[in-house]
Design a protein around this ligand. Structure first.
Ligand SMILES: Cc1cc2nc3c(=O)[nH]c(=O)nc-3n(C[C@H](O)[C@H](O)[C@H](O)COP(=O)(O)OP(=O)(O)OC[C@H]3O[C@@H](n4cnc5c(N)ncnc54)[C@H](O)[C@@H]3O)c2cc1C
Length: 484
């Protein structure tokens, strides 16, 4: 059923078994799974089925960085997400890949690494998530190529069409008798008693009402999840789930940048799997082995061979790269070595509430975010190994275009991947939710979305956050969390 929140009488109270806040990839996945259950579900969506300026304005916040100014502009929190039914899947790109087994493990050289779940816990959920994302040719047991002596191996990215969750799955939700999708329904505050969330207060421009439920799931995106917890501070001074001050900390992105260039002088055949989007085939990318990462104490890394027919300019020297043909008559291809890599979980990269309020009275946030030295060292060390590996196969010659520690590539930027701000951890000291995505401090409040990621791997986040949402749904459907 679809309901306009503006028509709901002021002060009324609605009841559900499960109340999900936010209808992005995470919230819609959960609600759709629950159409096949006896549970009464309310799915709250702050916006409507269309983009509106008034709704998007609520997402305005500010950000600062000490990286070069082009890396993270002040408006990043506003443009890097969408506030209406379907959330950011209304503009996502569809790049998808599961996390690696070692992404979930404790890596001694990376503080705060290690998830309380493993790849084995998620494996069956990735298979189900692949159908939600409409991934063709997704092979769960895809073999990585045998690593070479430089520690380089390959992996695959898969493409979602990209699925627009609101358009694709909305009609089913609107038709489901046990699901109420309430649009124009912004959650603004959770009320608790002891360690139990009793209700959520919902507002729009015309009215306000309350939802009472046995379990609550906050699925409002990587910035709004912590923002809503921090704004719910009328009963617990630091906000909900924040006894250790971890809500909003360890914000992670994926640094995207040109790190090197390679002049390819031999043959086209070996490059075919690296062609972007060819015949709907997965895209091959180069990455480093866990042993390489341990030896060099770096993070996870990927390198796309971005194939160009014309020379790539060297941003540092303003020179073309043609001299690198090394006696060969001409280059076959000019490859831009483009990385999407892991970022260190650093408590200093965080969002905090500011004093400015939005139209609904909630405090906006301020974000501090820097790609740091480990992030930079990772992409340089790893790209050096990629160049060594390709050169050893006599495929051509390459060079790094990032040579000084303080010099990031001119095209360094984020991927609009908002991760880590309510991270999953064994104990409340190091995070906000437990292995079941339940807030450590509370009995019946769960979080869905990439805010729960403990570390970010190099893979884009949506595949993994949908897999986690499916796992959380099974948990709630089995009666854990008090809903069934
Ligand atoms: C340009 C771009 C390209 C991208 N490309 C890729 C890609 O190729 N691959 C990939 O994996 N990821 C990609 N992403 C990231 C991807 O879009 C997100 O990971 C994903 O959509 C997040 O889903 P979510 O459900 O967690 O959150 P969101 O999509 O943010 O959904 C949250 C929902 O909650 C609603 N909401 C917010 N606050 C409230 C409130 N208080 N009350 C009620 N409802 C609320 C919002 O309106 C929204 O509908 C891209 C992002 C962008 C911006």
């Amino acid at each position: 059923m679809k309901i306009d929140g503006e028509e709901i009488p002021r002060g009324s109270v609605r009841q559900a078994d499960i109340c999900i806040v936010g209808s992005g990839a995470a919230g819609i996945t959960m609600a759709r799974e629950l159409t096949r259950s006896k549970l009464r579900v309310i799915l709250l969506e702050a916006g409507t089925t269309e983009w509106t300026e008034a709704s998007q304005e609520i997402y305005k916040s500010s950000s600062v960085t000490t990286n070069p100014p082009q890396v993270m502009d002040n408006d990043f929190p506003s443009w890097s997400r969408l506030r209406y039914f379907g959330g950011s899947t209304n503009h996502w790109g569809g790049w998808s890949r599961p996390f690696e087994e070692y992404d979930f493990t404790k890596r001694p050289w990376i503080p705060l690494s290690g998830w309380p779940v493993s790849l084995a816990d998620l494996k069956s959920y990735y298979a189900r998530a692949a159908t939600y994302l409409q991934l063709l040719n997704f092979d769960q047991d895809e073999e990585a190529a045998r690593p070479d002596r430089f520690g380089i191996t390959t992996r695959e990215f898969h493409y979602s069409p990209p699925t627009r969750f609101g358009t694709e799955y909305g009609p089913e939700l609107f038709a489901a008798p046990n699901i109420e999708v309430i649009l124009n329904a912004s959650a603004v505050r959770f009320d608790t008693q002891n360690d139990q969330v009793q209700s959520v207060l919902v507002k729009n421009a015309k009215t306000e009402f309350t939802i009472q439920a046995k379990s609550f799931v906050l699925a409002s995106g990587g910035f709004e999840n912590p923002r809503l917890l921090l704004n719910s501070d009328h009963q617990r001074g630091a906000g909900l789930g924040n006894s250790s001050g971890m809500v909003g900390r360890c914000f992670m992105e994926h640094p995207h940048a040109t790190v090197g260039m390679f002049v390819n002088v031999e043959g086209e055949e070996w490059l075919k799997p690296f062609h972007f989007g060819a015949n709907n085939e997965p895209l091959r990318i180069l990455t480093t082995t866990p042993e390489f990462q341990a030896r060099h104490q770096v993070l996870n890394y990927s390198c796309q061979l971005d194939i160009r027919k014309t020379p790539v300019a060297d941003p540092q020297e303003g020179l073309n790269f043609t001299q690198f043909s090394y006696g060969k008559p001409a280059a076959v291809n000019h490859l831009r070595l483009y990385t999407r890599s892991e970022m260190l979980p650093d408590p200093k990269n965080r969002i905090e509430l500011s004093n400015e309020r939005d139209a609904l009275g909630l405090r906006r946030f301020h974000m501090h975010m820097n790609f740091g030295r480990t992030d930079l060292r990772t992409v340089v060390k790893s790209t050096e190994a990629v160049i060594a590996s390709l050169s050893a196969q006599a495929l051509g010659r390459g060079k790094i275009v990032l040579e000084r520690d303080d010099l990031w590539s001119t095209d360094l930027g984020p991927g609009c991947h908002h991760m880590g701000t309510t991270r999953m951890s064994e104990n409340p000291r190091e995070g906000v939710v437990d292995r079941d995505c339940k807030v450590h401090d509370l009995n019946n409040l769960y979080l869905a979305g990439s805010s729960v990621f403990a570390t970010g791997g190099f893979a884009n986040p949506t595949f993994t956050l949908v897999a986690l949402a499916l796992r959380l749904t099974d948990h709630l459907r089995a009666g854990k969390g008090g809903a069934a």
